[in-house]
Write a protein that binds this ligand. Structure first.
Ligand code: LER
Ligand code: MN
Length: 269
């Protein structure tokens, strides 16, 4: 398993994008701490300078395992499940715009909060139908580029759509695309799952990406989650992909990133 950490390529309200601000300084910091990659939170691919990003990533020997897309919802309100068809379509087009960037990096595209929250007055089943339609369309568009989409079960306080791993697995069946899998996040799992380890096991080979934060959304080691057991379970089911830190920048981003990696390496040694 390789280690990455979330970095936002533009300013954002989302608190758990651990690194924000000066790109070069942050990439240098992440690389010198021993991380292998950086998960990029990109609001709109048009807002990034891909050539400069490429140069810096090469300079610091960093890969990009995943692209986070939630800021399209957080900052612009785009959503797969909005009752307004123009907003749904704008969300679909935005995710499609990420496909060439994801293909360039060999990254997965994260479907987090861009799925939306079923708005008051909208039937939940209708919201789910819109979500499935959008995922079928985006997965089909990503397939020829060998890009996968990953849906993240997110806790009930942030969305009404897909809070748990069992719901995520049902959704995978409905979408029916091999390039559509799950991103599990220990912070959300701690709120929603009966057993984090059992839920990991239930996914088999459909875990395509993994976020770590402790129970309090601080860095791993700062709360009461058992990362030795969690990472051992991932390894037992044959997960060989990325472990990506997504936690609050507390007491500050540098210290949190350092303590996280130290803890994760210690429990897996
Ligand atoms: C994003 O990866 C995430 O975990 C969510 O909490 C976004 O709000
Ligand atoms: Mn997450």
């Amino acid at each position: 398993m390789r280690h990455s950490i979330v970095l936002s390529t533009q300013s954002a309200q989302f608190q758990a994008a651990t690194f924000k601000g000066d790109l070069e300084k942050n990439l240098l910091e992440i690389s010198s701490q021993g991380y292998d990659g950086v998960e990029l939170a990109i609001r709109d691919p048009e807002m990034i300078d891909l050539d400069r990003l490429d140069q810096l990533l090469h300079k610091f020997y960093l890969s990009v395992p995943a692209i986070g897309t939630g800021q399209a919802w957080g900052e612009e309100g785009l959503s797969f499940s909005d009752p307004d068809p123009d907003i749904r379509n704008a969300a679909i087009q935005r995710i499609k715009k990420h496909i060439p960037v994801a293909a360039h990096f060999g990254a997965v595209i994260i479907i987090g909060l861009v799925r939306g929250i079923v708005k008051p007055g909208v039937d939940h089943i209708q919201g789910m139908r819109w979500l499935v339609e959008a995922l079928v369309e985006c997965s089909a568009a990503a397939l020829p580029h060998q890009v996968s989409l990953v849906l993240e079960p997110i806790n009930r306080y942030e969305t009404t759509l897909i809070n748990t791993v069992p719901q995520g697995l049902d959704l995978i069946k409905e979408v029916g695309a091999d390039n559509f899998g799950l991103l599990l996040d220990t912070f959300h799992m701690n709120i929603e799952e009966v057993s984090i380890e059992d839920s990991i096991r239930s996914c088999g080979d459909r875990i395509y990406h993994f976020h770590v934060a402790d129970s309090n959304r601080w860095y791993p080691g700062a709360g009461h989650l058992d990362f030795r057991s969690i990472l051992r379970t991932l390894s037992d089911i044959g997960y060989q992909s990325w472990i990506s830190g997504e936690f609050l920048a507390l007491p500050d981003a540098t210290t949190a990133a350092e303590r996280s990696l130290t803890h994760l390496l210690q429990v897996t040694s």
